[in-house]
Write a new protein. Structure first.
Length: 73
């Protein structure tokens, strides 16, 4: 008798193992507000001048009242 020959038969099965890796995305919308404050200022200057005339007496008028008299008409 001969020695027993040994044979190997392989049965291969493919197996799928799902690996779930959940993820989540949060979108954050940021708005920055820059409040700018302005304080416009204007300036004006007003010059006022007041004038009076005080007659302290009457002016000297040679020849009368100063009216011209026409002669010969």
């Amino acid at each position: 008798m001969s020695p027993t020959r040994h044979y190997v038969q392989r049965n291969v099965t493919n197996m799928v193992v799902p690996h779930v890796h959940p993820s989540h995305l949060t979108t954050v919308n940021q708005q920055y507000i820059n409040n700018q404050h302005y304080f416009p200022h204007t300036e004006s200057v007003r010059h006022e001048c007041y004038e009076t005339h005080t007659m302290c007496g009457t002016p000297f008028r040679p020849g009368g009242c100063g009216c011209s008299k026409r002669r010969g008409w």
